[in-house]
Structure formats: structure tokens, C-alpha cells
Design a protein around this ligand. Structure first.
Ligand code: FMN
Length: 157
């Protein structure tokens, strides 16, 4: 948990062809707009680590499914941070958004198993979408970012 009064929101994404990146950015912009005083950090999974998890009060994750699994770049973030986060008892509320080609069920199943290992709490319905995100999907990402930020600010998670 962050040590200051203001809440910290971390958004971590992995994206190869830009879809999940654009959704993460949409969530980031909406979170900043909904809670202008909140410190919101948007990071590629490759740049994120345990220190970022330790800094935040809640985390939003965006990534694709590749080969019926969590995309490797996101998996690497979990691989690197899992035991350090457990050791430091970083137990976070989370939201997850998976923008895939046509499925996503295995990636979500794997992620939920990993999240249980971290002792993270799912506080919003996981979102799985297929194909290039249209305006409705972008709005879903915005709503997730705004609602998650407001929930954190209000201390409901
Ligand atoms: C190597 C590779 C494997 C993929 N495997 C799957 C898959 O198993 N299931 C699926 O739904 N989509 C699969 N896809 C499609 C991506 O998940 C999809 O294009 C996604 O929206 C890409 O997100 P990004 O633009 O953020 O990288 C695969 C894409 C690549 C490049």
C-alpha cells in the first residue's frame, strides 16, 4: 500500500500491435479525468516491476492472448514480480482487460490463477474482447479506468 494519503493507481499493459496499448491509454486518460488528484502511472509490462506494485493501491492490467496463453511480455512481468510481491505482502485490488484475436478464455483463466497466487482481489468484472477495438470497446476501457480510479479514491476496494 502507498504510504501517503493520496491514492496511487498503476496501469500495466503489454501490446505488440497496439490494441491493448490504446485501451490502456484510454483507461489512463479516463482515470486522470475522473480523479485529477490521483497519481496514475501507466507502464509497459517490460518497464514495470515490484517497486511499481509496492507503490500503488490498485492495478489495472491490459494484455492479449497469444498461443492460447497470457502474452509473453505480460507473463514476464508476473514472473519477475510474483515472489517479491508475495514476500512484501502486496495484496492489491485489480481489474483486467484482455483484447484478443478471437478467444481469450485461456489467458483469463491463467491470469485469474496467478492473481489468486498474489492474493489480489478482483473488484470489477474481467473484460475480454476480440478483434480491433471499436468505439464501444474504447468506452469500456474508459469506464473501467474511471470507475476503478473513483473506487480507489473512495476507498471502496
Ligand atoms: C503470435 C500470436 C499468437 C496469437 N494467439 C492468439 C490466441 O491464442 N488467441 C486469441 O484470441 N488471439 C491470439 N492472437 C491475436 C492477438 O491476441 C490479438 O491480435 C490481440 O488483439 C493483439 O493485441 P495487441 O495489439 O495489444 O498486441 C495471437 C497473436 C499473435 C501475434
Amino acid at each position: 500500500m502507498a504510504q501517503t494519503d493520496s491514492k496511487h493507481l498503476l496501469i500495466v499493459y503489454h501490446s505488440q500491435s497496439g490494441r491493448n496499448e490504446s485501451l490502456a491509454y484510454a483507461a489512463y486518460r479516463a482515470a486522470c479525468e475522473a480523479e485529477p488528484d490521483m497519481d496514475v502511472r501507466l507502464l509497459r509490462a517490460a518497464e514495470a516491476g515490484t517497486r511499481d506494485l509496492a507503490w500503488c493501491d490498485g492495478v489495472l492490467l491490459f494484455f492479449p492472448e497469444n498461443f492460447g496463453a497470457i502474452a509473453g511480455g505480460m507473463k514476464d512481468f508476473f514472473d519477475r514480480s510474483f515472489y517479491p510481491a508475495i514476500d512484501r505482502q502486496i495484496h492489491l485490488p485489480y481489474g483486467v482487460f484482455i483484447c484478443t484475436g478471437n478467444d481469450g478464455s485461456n489467458a483469463l483463466q491463467q491470469f485469474e490463477r496467478i492473481a489468486r497466487g498474489y492474493l489480489w482481489r478482483c473488484v470489477s468484472e474481467p473484460i475480454v474482447t476480440a478483434g480491433a477495438p471499436g468505439s464501444e470497446v474504447m468506452v469500456q476501457a474508459e469506464e473501467l479506468g474511471a470507475a476503478f480510479a473513483t473506487g480507489l479514491k473512495m476507498g471502496v476496494f
